[in-house]
Design a protein around this ligand. Structure first.
Ligand code: CP3
Length: 354
């Protein structure tokens, strides 16, 4: 069993006692850091950065040099899976991700290959191994994937979307086609995450960014069901330690009990729910991750500290809380404000762990 110097993130996910509340930030490696923009320029485009294990490792570690974060997250993207399936991922400047060959029919879904993650996504596993080696046990490494539903939205829409008309048309006019796609994706995500765990990821998180655009019944049918299948298929122990699983559905506050019932260890919260209410609903079952509005990092330091204290007080006494933003950090946030945020969590949380 490899020794971690700081394991409070893993302990909090398992509701084991900690000395202070751990914190990491979604998109902690990214454009708000000038040193990231420099490496990104050196790599060329975003996917070339993801595909270069040395540079992916470098940008993963950058935020840890600036802030006392309690976890590192693999630098990659959720869209590596559809890319490995041959959809031709590219990024249009200022417009987000795009696919050259979106999925439009049952024949397209049937033609999607099941791939071997160590082969087709070997660059991701190489990044995991390189990061683990360079972390030298300082903090745990988080691996991740998109949820089947969220990946399917990009694959069917051909990129980012606001109204989700194409995927909803498939869901309601041709449900068998979508279920076939989601089932293939659930199997792919399971093997992808298990490969990340085998390569050294010490916890994994599933990003369901778009589950919240569905009705309650359709959320269960098209998103949650497939995340539950993944949770069932994951390797839950490695290196003599439990590998905790976090599920994050943005705008999923209505469905916390159902998410917690999948058997995951933790539920990620966005900022549209009060963490005290969330804890009252599921706190004896799972740990909670979240949930400051990322835009609060635009506020002056005193306001950021006040918000951190409010959220800490909302969760209250004891372990089971991993502090985070409710979604990714914005590219134009001053890095000094991120430092105020991280330091405030450590300073003001100690009183809740006595
Ligand atoms: O959290 C981290 O620091 C790890 C890295 C990470 C990235 N993407 C890096 C990235 C993670 C965990 C993701 C997940 C991801 N990617 C999600 C789920 C989480 C979420 O934010 O909802 C989604 C939906 C994607 C798809 C994606 N990738 C989009 C929509 C974009 C464009 C966003 C934008 O603001 O332009 C990306 C690109 C991307 N992924 C960037 C980063 C740092 C920006 C790329 C750049 O350098 O230009």
């Amino acid at each position: 069993m490899s020794q971690l110097k700081n394991d409070r993130y893993l302990r909090a996910l398992l509701k084991q006692p900690v000395d202070m509340t751990p914190v990491w930030m979604m998109r902690q490696a990214g454009r708000y850091l000038p040193e990231y923009r420099e490496v990104r320029a050196q790599a060329g485009d975003f996917m070339s950065l993801c595909k270069n294990p040395e540079l992916a490792c470098e940008v993963t570690l950058q935020p840890l040099r600036r802030f006392e974060l309690d976890a590192a997250i693999l630098f990659s993207d959720i869209l590596t899976i559809p890319d490995a399936m041959g959809l031709g991922l590219y990024f249009e400047t200022g417009e987000g991700p795009r696919f050259k060959k979106p999925v439009t029919s049952k024949a397209d879904v049937e033609a999607l290959p099941l791939f071997d993650p160590e082969q087709e996504l070997g660059y991701v596993m190489d990044a995991v191994r390189t990061i683990r080696k360079n972390l030298q046990g300082a903090v745990p490494l988080i691996g991740f994937s998109g949820s089947p539903w969220t990946l399917a939205t990009y694959m069917v829409e051909g990129g980012s979307s606001k109204a989700f008309t194409k995927i909803k048309k498939m869901a309601f006019a041709e449900p068998q086609t979508l279920h076939l796609l989601l089932d293939k994706l659930a199997d792919s995500v399971t093997s992808y995450l298990n490969a990340q765990i085998a390569a050294g990821a010490q916890s994994v998180m599933i990003f369901d960014t778009w589950g919240g655009v569905l009705s309650p019944r359709d959320y269960e049918l098209f998103s949650l069901q497939y995340m539950a299948k993944i949770v069932d298929g994951l390797t839950r122990e490695a290196d003599g330690r439990k590998v905790p699983v976090t599920l994050f559905t943005k705008n999923g506050g209505m469905w916390l009990e159902k998410i917690a019932a999948t058997g995951c260890d933790a539920v990620g919260l966005d900022w549209t729910i009060n963490i005290a209410d969330a804890k009252a609903r599921v706190g004896d079952k799972v740990a909670l991750q979240g949930n400051m509005d990322p835009s609060m990092l635009y506020a002056p330091p005193a306001r950021i500290e006040e918000e951190v204290q409010t959220i800490l007080a909302g969760f209250g006494q004891g372990s089971g809380h991993v502090f985070n933003l409710g979604h990714g950090i914005h590219p134009d946030v001053p890095p000094e404000h991120a430092k105020v945020f991280v330091d405030a969590i450590h300073r003001y949380s100690q009183q809740y762990h006595k």
